[in-house]
Design a protein around this ligand. Structure first.
Ligand code: PLP
Length: 395
């Protein structure tokens, strides 16, 4: 009999991390792999943020902090919500964790009972369903259509709700599609949610700042009637190129925030004191570089979308944000190409052309693949040429 627990048997390792690992191994074996699988900006952490961390080390900020974050960081988060989202929170409505991922994990561990349902629009970020399964809940996957830019509609939401629904997860801009919900779309969804008073909303806003063409970012907690039922998760990983520092946070109802901190107090305790000092500078310091970096991401998005759409058999929407696109490869699947699934497509692409992307089925929607364009233009140009010749040689 295996030592592994039954709850762990319900889940699988992260498929995005698996692709990155495979690409790394191939590179170590001397192959010229271009990785378009990773979910992190290629930019470095800005110098003012690094300096704040160095200062913290020298000052001796190297001890345990409050489990749910230092008062300085909580104040910086409080100010961020007010400044950028016009949302006001008390300090005890804010918690800080070791990355947004830990905050989400704690939130589900703290609130999901056996059999509780969590509505997850697909395509989704790979970790949501497995976190729910680990917590003993039931992911209720709602497949969203490309014609709706892969977003959940009010109608689909209504149909997915049952007596057991505990949470709805919304992620905008989205990983893996880059699509973002407009204010009007969130208002439409909120009409259903206001009527269903027992449902909580988890808004994953981690890509808030990576958004193009002056898209008006809007988040569910800005709907007054839903603020008391919304947990807004965010973090410094993507906006400030701080993936390795591991700082994420959430704001919402006191009861949930307290419960999240309780889980944390019996698992990891506080996130790194040094990373917290760096995050204070990220949130309070200059925000100028965000625009320059976003402009660069936009240029890459346009190049990638145009390139993919020029390849016979592929088609790709032009999303509003994040650093991903989610092209369809459905036309290249079938007898003619001998590729049955998107996974076959992705595996052959890696084997034959040494480009690493992730299959759509890993995100809950078959027939697509995710491209992360958080890499240099030079890499992207090479990768697009390789994808083009790979696709042309399939028939
Ligand atoms: N949410 C989404 C949609 C993500 O893509 C990620 C990271 O890939 C996270 C949350 C977690 O980010 P972190 O733990 O680095 O804060």
């Amino acid at each position: 009999m295996s030592i592994v627990s039954n709850s762990l048997k319900r889940i699988k390792p992260s498929p995005t991390i698996a692709v990155t690992t495979k690409a790394r191994e191939m590179r170590a074996a001397g192959k010229d792999v271009i990785g378009l699988g990773a979910g992190e900006p290629d930019f470095d952490t800005p110098d003012n943020i690094k300096e704040a961390a160095i200062k913290a080390i020298k000052k001796g900020d190297t001890k345990y902090t409050a489990v749910d974050g230092t008062p300085d960081l909580k104040k910086a988060i409080q100010a961020k919500f007010l400044r950028e989202n016009n949302l006001s929170y008390e300090l005890d409505q804010i918690t800080v964790g070791t990355g947004g991922k830990q905050v989400l994990y704690n939130a589900f561990m703290a609130t999901v009972n056996k059999g509780d349902e969590v509505i997850i629009p697909a395509p989704y970020w790979v970790s949501y369903p497995d976190m729910i399964l680990l917590a003993g809940g039931k992911p209720k996957i709602v497949k969203c259509d490309e014609k709706d830019s892969f977003k959940i509609t009010a109608n689909k939401l209504k149909k997915a709700i049952s007596k057991k629904t505990k949470w709805l997860i919304l992620n905008s801009p989205s990983n893996p599609t880059g699509s973002a919900y407009t204010k009007e779309e969130i208002i439409e969804l909120s009409k259903i949610l206001i009527k269903n008073k027992k449902i909580y909303i988890l808004s994953d806003d981690i890509y808030e700042h990576i958004i193009y063409n002056n898209f008006n970012f809007f988040t569910t907690a800005q709907i007054k009637a839903l603020k008391d039922r919304t947990l807004t998760m965010n973090g410094v990983s993507k906006s400030y190129s701080m993936t390795g520092w591991r700082i994420g946070y959430a704001a919402g109802p006191k009861e949930i925030i307290k419960a999240i901190s309780k889980v944390q107090s019996q698992s990891t305790s506080n996130p790194s004191s040094i990373s917290q000092a760096a995050a204070v500078e990220a949130l309070n310091g200059t925000q100028d570089f965000i625009k320059t970096r976003t402009d660069s991401f936009k240029q890459r998005r346009d190049f990638v979308v145009d390139s993919l759409n020029s390849i016979k058999g592929l088609s790709c929407l032009r999303p509003e944000g994040a650093f991903y696109v989610f092209p369809s490869c459905k036309k290249l699947l079938g007898k003619k190409t001998k590729l049955k699934t998107d996974k076959d497509f992705v595996e052959k692409l890696l084997e034959r052309s040494e480009v690493a992307v992730v299959q759509g089925s890993a995100f809950g929607l078959d027939g697509y693949f995710r491209v992360s364009y958080a890499t240099s233009m030079e890499n992207l140009k090479k990768a697009m040429n390789r994808i083009k010749s790979f696709c042309e040689n399939l028939n």
